[in-house]
Design a protein around this ligand. Structure first.
Ligand SMILES: [Zn+2]
Length: 250
């Protein structure tokens, strides 16, 4: 099993050795450590170089868009076999709707950089579905892949981005009891259009709510969706892993 999005570079983890060991022991073979600004992107790279099972993505999250510097991001993009995507990038009007123009500009600039380097993008979208869709339509097709991570939208919106070739990735939020919209998405989405992540240390899935999340718990996310779809858990994981491996070229 693969955790396609985690933050081993988050300050909440002082014990990365142990966290990596935990996921390997649990049967999670690989995890992708994702940056949210230039510093955390560099840290993601350092962590990926240290652990054979960890890969990384570099990018500037919309919350950090005022610190964006295209040249510094370009400097972080190196040809190794561990950099798998540009992310996380996107729009977040939940945290800040005063700087929409800057968020859009930084998002689009990073889409172009990803395309230039033939890398997929990992999209963060919160309360910004209309503008995200507009930008995705403008830049489609995504020959190297695009995934909307920590999916939080409706089934209607999911269908629209899937038709643009965008994948969806589910976190622990899909396991929440009140997440009826996500249950609908997880039940109906075509089998080849999604995979799983933890977004750890945040978004801890049921049944460990209240505890710090970590990559090994991606199994709980997959288990929940397998139950929703009335599917054998291992069968589902083998399909979503295949999708994730092709997507990130793992
Ligand atoms: Zn994240």
């Amino acid at each position: 099993m693969i955790d396609t999005h985690c933050h081993l570079n988050d300050a909440k983890y002082e014990d990365v050795d142990e966290i990596v060991n935990n996921f390997l022991q649990a049967g999670v073979e690989k995890a992708i450590c994702v940056g949210w600004d230039l510093k955390s992107s560099k840290q993601a790279q350092d962590i990926a170089y240290k652990y054979p099972s960890v890969y990384y993505a570099v990018g500037v999250h919309p919350d950090e868009c005022s610190s964006y510097n295209a040249q510094e991001l370009q400097n972080l993009i190196v040809k190794d076999n561990k950099l798998v995507a540009v992310g996380e990038i996107g729009l977040d009007y939940y945290h800040n709707k005063e700087n929409k123009a800057q968020q859009k500009q930084v998002f689009e600039n990073q889409i172009l950089i990803a395309k230039q380097h033939k890398l997929p993008i990992i999209i963060h979208c919160r309360d910004a579905f209309g503008d995200t869709l507009e930008i995705l339509k403008k830049h489609a097709p995504f020959d190297y892949g695009a995934v909307m991570h920590c999916y939080s939208g409706s089934w209607e919106f999911a269908k629209q981005i899937i038709s643009l070739g965008v994948k969806i990735s589910f976190t622990g939020s899909v396991t929440f009891n009140n997440a009826k919209n996500l249950h609908e998405v997880a039940k109906n989405i075509p089998l080849d259009s999604f995979f799983f992540e933890t977004d750890s240390p945040y978004m801890t899935p049921v049944p460990n709510r209240g505890k710090r999340n970590e990559p090994k718990l991606v199994l709980d996310v997959a288990r929940f969706v397998a139950k929703l779809r009335n599917m054998d858990e291992n069968k589902l994981i083998s399909i979503t892993d295949k999708t994730a491996k092709e997507f990130f070229n793992l």
